[in-house]
Design a protein around this ligand. Structure first.
Ligand SMILES: *Cc1c(COP(=O)(O)O)cnc(C)c1O
Length: 405
């Protein structure tokens, strides 16, 4: 096989590790919320990668930032700082509760840093016995061994040998279970303010308040994994802004680079002081190219125009999905918030979310699943309203096909 031949899906099985099962189509170009494959077939994008392309594909502001920085300087070792990183950190500090920023390249890496920081903070301040991390069933925090072990799906962390210890999983939104478990041994409580991969499950406000109060009572840190909910996805810059519950550590990734890899961990000066020189690091973390793009993303997203637009688009998408359901009766509910919505399959279609996704591809629509029973929609935050209408029409045809069998 030569790389000069036409590249095909079949080659995936020959040359790639089989940990993914990609669809038959190979997209080659995107513009806004439309994508084209090798054959020129066009798709409406209700997936945005996986909640990543928050400004659609090839947004001019991001292409501009990429080109401009690409001609200046790409990488510096962290023995030197750089202007785009300083600018982006300043923006994140000004826009959030945080006073200090650590840059990484992926959600898992930002969470790995958060977990290591929480452990180090507790050990420094209270001693080595304070090491328990409380996390929740169905949570998803990434695929490094520490983060996947904190995640709430044993199937993802089993089979790789001994796991990191002192991690406890509890049912999500269950205040009584949390009250019964949390103690002075607890070092951190980690959660997604709205569980994404686990099935689009929102945290109850009372639960979030209980997490904060119990953590305070026991000197534990609250870590919000906002890798999926952050950067405008729910109609606020960060989901914690919906409630009066502020975390001690927040992680952000996916949409932060709009499609370019970048992540960040945000925290306070006091907590950050425990990651002393040499305790943690990353070769690529905070590189100028990624940070230049992150700056451009935040400049566009963190405006009333875009954030309010998310709520308007949410309504259109939610209404459209509910109308489809009135005709075909396939969902029990459409849940989630902002542009992180899940259509939950009813009894008759249990386990078949992937069938709807595949039928969607046939009709020219990209969507996602969140587990076997939820079809997930995470379009661009600036998807044109006409594309929402067209995507819904295509999804309706896909639903009709699945229902017809
Ligand atoms: C996607 C995701 C991660 C992992 O991010 P990667 O960039 O794949 O490492 C972690 N937490 C949440 C909530 C996510 O949605």
């Amino acid at each position: 096989m030569s790389v000069n031949q036409k590249l095909t899906r079949a080659q995936f099985d020959e040359v790639m590790v089989p940990n993914y099962a990609p669809s038959a189509v190979i997209p080659v170009r995107g513009e806004g919320s439309r994508v084209w494959d090798q054959e020129g077939k066009e798709f409406v994008d209700f997936a945005g990668g996986i909640a990543v392309n928050c400004l659609g594909h090839c947004h001019p502001a991001l292409v501009g930032a990429l080109k401009e920085q690409g001609e200046k300087i790409w990488h510096l070792a962290n023995v030197m700082t750089n202007e785009p990183a300083l600018a982006l950190a300043t923006k994140l500090v000004e826009a959030t509760f945080a006073e200090k920023v650590y840059f990484a390249n992926s959600g898992a890496e930002a969470n790995e840093a958060a977990l290591k920081l929480a452990r180090r903070y507790a050990q420094d301040k209270f001693g080595p016995e304070k090491d328990q991390i409380i996390a929740f069933d169905k949570a998803f925090h990434g695929r490094t061994f520490f983060t996947v072990s904190v995640g709430g799906q044993a199937a993802y962390s089993d089979g790789f040998g001994p796991k990191p210890e002192s991690i406890t999983h509890l049912p999500f939104n269950d205040i009584a279970a949390l009250e019964a478990e949390v103690s002075d041994k607890t070092c951190a409580i980690m959660l997604e303010p709205l569980q994404g991969e686990g099935g689009i499950i929102d945290a109850d406000p009372e639960f979030l308040h209980a997490v904060r109060a119990l953590a305070d009572k026991h000197n534990a840190l609250v870590v919000f994994d906002e890798v999926q909910t952050g950067v405008g996805r729910l109609g606020e810059l960060y989901a914690y802004m919906r409630t009066e519950v502020t975390p001690d550590i927040l992680t952000t990734a996916k949409a932060l680079g709009g499609g370019f890899p970048i992540a960040a961990m945000l925290t306070t000066t006091e907590i950050a002081s425990h990651l002393k020189i040499g305790t943690h690091g990353s070769t690529y973390g905070g590189n100028p190219l990624a940070c230049a793009i992150g700056n451009a993303v935040l400049d566009v997203v963190n405006t009333p125009e875009v954030l309010e637009g998310v709520k308007r688009r949410e309504q259109l998408l939610r209404d459209g999905l509910n109308q489809i359901n009135e005709k075909y009766n396939v969902f029990t509910e459409v849940r989630g918030q902002g542009l992180l919505l899940g259509a939950v399959l009813n009894e008759q279609y249990q386990g078949r979310a992937k069938d709807f996704l595949v039928a969607g591809i046939g009709e020219g629509l990209m969507s996602l699943v969140a587990g076997p029973n939820v079809i997930r929609f995470t379009p661009s935050l600036v998807i044109p309203e006409a594309d929402i209408a067209e995507g819904l029409a295509r999804f309706e045809r896909a639903v009709a096909k699945v229902v017809a069998g």
